[in-house]
Design a protein around this ligand. Structure first.
Ligand code: UDP
Ligand code: LCN
Length: 808
């Protein structure tokens, strides 16, 4: 990358670069420039100097376009350059314009100096470096394959089976012999004693099964197959058994990735799953919209239901229906004694519409009842997690009547508990970030000390590092969650190297090219969220009741604002009142556009109306700000703010009644990790305008199935919505076209069926990989390192926080 810097310096643009840097340097109070600021400053510079705006074609433009950061120190300027996905490098340019690469260690030291937090004694600061542990593990090469770990792994494992056939066939044979559930032997029995014998017996069994009719039930073949060494689990019919044995035969003979994937995906390995989601209010009713309680709860509940369905289907196809084996999915969450009208104080809650999905709630130990009896913010719960994991293990084993086969963590706290559980129980372990806070709060690591009292990021980021490295696999909702876009780093990428001044330097925090990363997006609950045109599934009573609530009903207790003209096209948004959700920014955008106000109303569904009702700092601030914005732009008569928690059925119907009036949905978050509301609004058929920062960038195809907006540019955002509204006025079919494309996009790409099939298939493949690496003890050294970080870094800080909680 330094070539680009050299090329600019050797070109005619050298003096322009110099001038531009000089101009930035003049701003005495500012030594640290971020991408957005650099672009704005360069635009201004170009205008003032009447630079030809020839797009990214000139060398200097190219350089500026890939500059993520500029840091001025003394006479030098440091460039952090990003040339594409997952490729970032830093260079120092001296006063004489010489260029030197800057290693990570130095870059982190430099960043510390910019905030006057450099460590006085060189060498005293802890350096965290996971790189050596990944040196011997297989790595994806091409950045475009990041997030497709399982495909890579299949290629890797099948090539091992091919190259080292003897050794790997033995491993596969041992792996298959292990399968039993509650004392019932599955797949192969002691009649088959070696891989060679397995190969022979598979051919015999194939011969036998091929002479039976494909539909014949497994039970009819059972005894004959048993005498050859095969137990249940190969299929429910002769046809299915033949296929599965055929895959194994091929695998033993001439392994290839597709066969390996198809074979492992069929194995009955997973019966009991634990989903860990500790913080917040985890329940089925009356919880959404509270601080910390949003999409993650929706995601985990839907995932649990669909996992059970898929496991039941897999069990049926494996021929295990009626064998007494029942799949079990348990959601492990926190029990909150003072449950504010929710069921979060109940230890067990059955998930509606399922056979064996339960929410199991385990309380935090009672350290200080003022805290532990109540809801605790996700930023505050670190001190409770270790003892929680110990108690949860006992509760889980009792409730599941056995060890789980798979543990999936959710968010930093759940991921940490999942790590502790998986380590003790020796179970395959996946994690799901939902949102990594590091990307949400600008400079959250650099200024961690200033933010510590409120956010405790030192604990959160340490826990993230522990969980993401310990996990066997990582499920992410989008590709850019891992590695971002060519212009901006991904959420996981931001953990690659960073400084926590005076605490530690992360030299290599996560290996983005590891096959552990897999993009498996969530879906929407299609029994609630469906197109507004499915009139047969809608209830007239609900439509009338909610139309009144949304547009007209006088209910000062729960609704703020009366619409002057309720028939105007509605602009709708629904979110928790977090700063990052930026509903206040949407109100500002609406306020700044008289044309938009002329043609539309703004409808907001946002938890609460009064600060007295909240104990959450951000929520209180946002409530105040929303009132201020409404007053400032005098939006009275044009805005309705519903401060209520809608049931899922009601919120789904609200999207639809907005669609009945050809309204739109806006998701204006400053950053959105994924954005389930975006899926919900799109499947309903609402043209959706969503933030270009985060997941929606991947969900929506701009101007096809929705629109991107930049929440930091309220005027521009208003213009984009206005342009759409004008187009709809000119072309009566335009709204419908976008609406149809939004619906199609969700059905083709974001369904729970796709999600769970993929997830279970990859859990089996990672289970096999885990087995093979465990056999060779390959990951133990990293796990030991992780444990050391947990004990020496995380625990003492968590204890301190707990002591603070004990004090008040
Ligand atoms: N939601 C709700 N009521 C509210 C706010 C949100 O029911 O007042 C639901 C919304 O329908 C969606 C989820 O909460 O299912 C929010 O998920 P999303 O991924 O959009 O954001 P998160 O809150 O997780 O950051
Ligand atoms: C958390 C978030 O912030 C959202 O962006 C996601 O959609 C949600 O979790 C579910 O993963």
């Amino acid at each position: 990358m330094s070539e680009l810097l050299h090329a600019v310096l050797e070109s005619e643009e050298r003096s322009e670069l110099r001038q531009f840097l000089h101009q930035l340097r003049q701003q005495q109070d500012k030594g640290y420039w971020l991408r957005n600021e650099i672009l704005i400053a360069f635009d201004e510079y170009s205008n003032v100097h009447e630079r030809k705006q020839s797009g990214p074609t000139t060398l200097l433009n190219k350089l500026i376009a890939c500059t993520q950061e500029m840091i001025f120190e003394n006479e030098s300027v440091y460039f952090v350059l990003r040339f594409g996905i997952a490729s970032e490098e830093a260079y120092r340019m001296s006063e004489e314009l010489s260029i030197d690469p800057v290693p990570v260690r130095e870059l982190l030291q430099l960043r510390d100096r910019t905030v006057n937090r450099s460590h006085p004694n060189e060498g005293d600061l802890l350096e965290i470096d996971f790189q050596p542990f990944y040196d011997y593990s297989p790595l994806v090469r091409d950045p475009k394959n990041i997030g497709r770990g399982v495909q890579f792994l299949n290629r890797y494992l099948s090539s091992k089976l091919f190259q080292y056939a003897q050794q790997w066939q033995k491993t596969l044979f041992q792996f298959l012999s292990l399968h039993r559930h509650d004392g019932v032997q599955l797949l192969i029995n002691e009649r088959i004693q070696s891989p060679q014998q397995l190969s022979v017996q598979v051919k015999r069994a194939l011969q036998y099964v091929s002479n039976r009719s494909a539909e014949e039930a497994f039970t009819d073949l059972r005894f004959e197959l048993q005498s050859m060494g095969f137990e249940p689990g190969w299929g429910n019919t002769a046809g299915r058994v033949w296929e599965t044995l055929g895959l194994l035969d091929e695998l033993l003979d001439s392994p290839d990735p597709q066969t390996l994937e198809a074979f492992l995906s069929r194995l009955p390995m997973i019966f009991r799953i634990v989903l860990v989601s500790v913080h917040g209010w985890f329940g089925q009713e009356g919880v959404l919209g509270r601080p910390d309680t949003g999409g993650q709860v929706v995601y985990v509940l839907d995932q649990a239901r669909n996992l059970e369905k898929q496991l039941q289907e897999d069990l049926r196809l494996a021929g295990l229906e009626g064998s007494g084996i029942e799949p079990k999915v348990t959601i492990l969450s926190r029990l909150i004694p003072n449950s504010d009208g929710t069921r979060c104080n109940e230890e067990m809650e059955k998930v509606y519409g399922t056979d064996n999905v339960w929410i199991l709630r385990v309380p935090f130990r009672e350290f200080n009842p003022d805290k532990t009896q109540n809801w605790i913010s996700r930023f505050e719960i670190w001190g409770y997690l270790e003892t929680y994991a110990i108690d949860a293990e006992k509760a889980l084993l009792a409730q599941m009547q056995g060890r789980p086969d798979l543990i999936l963590g959710n968010y930093t706290d759940g991921n940490l508990v999942a790590f502790l559980l998986a380590r003790r129980l020796k179970v395959t372990h996946g994690i799901i970030a939902h949102a990594l806070e590091k990307s949400k709060y600008l400079f959250s690591n650099l200024y961690w000390q200033d933010l510590e009292d409120q956010y405790h990021f030192s604990l959160q980021f340490t826990a993230d590092l522990i969980a993401m490295n310990a996990a066997d696999f990582v499920i992410s909702s989008t590709y850019q969650e891992i590695v971002g876009t060519p212009d901006s780093p991904g959420q996981y990428e931001s953990y690659r190297h960073f400084t926590m001044p005076e605490l530690y330097h992360v030299i290599h925090g996560i290996e983005l090219f590891s096959p552990k990363f897999n993009v498996v997006p969530p879906g929407v609950n299609e029994s609630y969220f469906f197109p507004y045109t499915n009139t047969q599934d809608r209830l007239l009573d609900d439509i009338e009741r909610l139309t009144d609530v949304v547009f007209t009903k006088d209910d000062p207790e729960h609704v703020f604002g009366r619409l002057d003209d309720p028939t105007k096209r509605p602009i709708f948004s629904m979110a928790r009142l977090d700063r990052i959700k930026n509903l206040t920014g949407l109100a500002e955008c609406f306020g700044k556009s008289p044309e938009l106000q002329e043609r539309c109303n703004l409808i907001l569904v946002a938890g609460k109306l009064r600060i007295e009702e909240t104990t959450d700092h951000e929520e209180a601030t946002e409530i105040e700000k929303l009132y201020r914005t409404i007053d400032e732009y005098n939006l009275h008569g044009k805005v309705r703010w519903l401060g209520m928690r809608l049931s899922k059925g009601d919120s789904a119907e609200v999207y639809r009644i907005i669609a009945d009036r050809e309204g739109v949905f806006v998701q204006p978050a400053l950053f959105e990790a994924f954005g389930l509301t975006v899926l919900e609004s799109m499947i309903t058929g609402l043209p959706t305008f969503a933030t270009r920062f985060g997941g929606p960038l991947e969900i929506i195809q701009d101007r096809v199935s929705g629109f991107y907006v930049n929440p930091t540019q309220p005027e521009e955002m208003a213009e984009i919505i206005l342009e759409f509204v004008s187009k709809c006025d000119q072309n009566p079919d335009y709204w419908n076209q976008v609406s149809q494309r939004a619906i199609a996009r969700v059905y083709s790409t974001y369904t729970w069926k796709i999600h769970t099939t993929r997830l279970l298939s990859l859990a089996r493949i990672y289970g096999f990989w885990n087995y093979t690496t465990k056999e060779n003890n390959e990951r133990e050294d990293m796990l030991r390192y992780i444990e050391t970080l947990f004990h020496l870094l995380f625990k003492p800080r968590a204890k301190n926080l707990l002591q603070k909680h004990m004090g008040g």
